[in-house]
Design a protein. Sequence first.
Length: 310
Amino acid sequence: MATHHRVIILGSGPAGSTAAIYAARAELEPVVFEGIQPGGQLTITTEVENYPGFVNGITGPELMDICKEQAERFGAKYIMDEAIEADLSQAPFKLTMNEGEYTCDALIIATGATARWLNIPSEAKYKGHGVSACATCDGFFFKDKEIAVVGGGDSAIEEATFLTKFATKVTIIHRRDELRASKIMQEKARNNPKIEFAYSYVIDEILGEDDPPHVTSVRLKSTKDGSTKEIPMDGIFMGIGHTPNSSIFEGQLEMNKDGYIITLGKSTKTNVPGIFAAGDVQDFTYKQAISAAGSGCMAALDAERYLEEI
Ligand code: NAP
């Protein structure tokens, strides 16, 4: 027998928790399924300096703990589980979690996004043995070592800057000769004596030894002339963006070619009435904690209005 709630929120990052605060204050008694990474991607970042209200910055995990506490103060209930299947063909919507079946009248999807990988065999081989996508999780293991970060966006620069705390040298490998990152982040990296740039290169292969498995070098391939070169390296961090966590809704909700859930106009409404999407699972433009929080607020208000009308 499925447990029924008026509003279920999937995800507990800035979007999910803000939706929970608003839905709880509207007395909708929302239930938040925290997902595989409670608190979302902010919990694996370091200092958050651009979230309004915190003059001196705040750490990602701290910020997410505060948001959760704030939602719980108004009666939101957090459950540590994730949705593994969804039947959105009719209301009430059916969700299968690892533990139990649930139904709801309104669903807010705030499942966020997950770090992207290069998907080359040597990357998989050395994952956890010198290859990582989380600088804050694994940076410590590379004290006094040489590290490469792949990517040219804000994530790559942020990771590289953070990793200079441990590494002797961090090389940013970027496939073009121009970074995508914001000017202020670029400036920060250029002024850091430990950061070097390998422009117009992609990783051709990660090389290492098997017993115990560890990375020893990386073979780079020029995107300009196809030439290759091998450079010694102890660790490789991926900073090449993210993929929206929307796969369980495939074929049931309208999505763009990259899997981002499409929302209608300026709302958080999906193509299915009663289902709303907020945060990185639907935002391929801004992808900021504050914009995710804003859309979480919108989703709760949209859900509240929907429930008043049915
Ligand atoms: P992003 O802006 O999409 O950048 C991804 C980078 O990885 C791009 O430079 C891209 O190259 C490269 N890339 C993608 N696929 C690749 C592949 N297969 N091989 C090699 N390179 C590849 O992603 P992001 O850096 O994660 O940032 C996402 C959003 O979060 C942005 O809006 C950013 O501003 C925001 N963010 C902000 C902060 C902050 O303000 N502190 C920190 C982190 C992220 P191309 O440039 O050639 O496409």
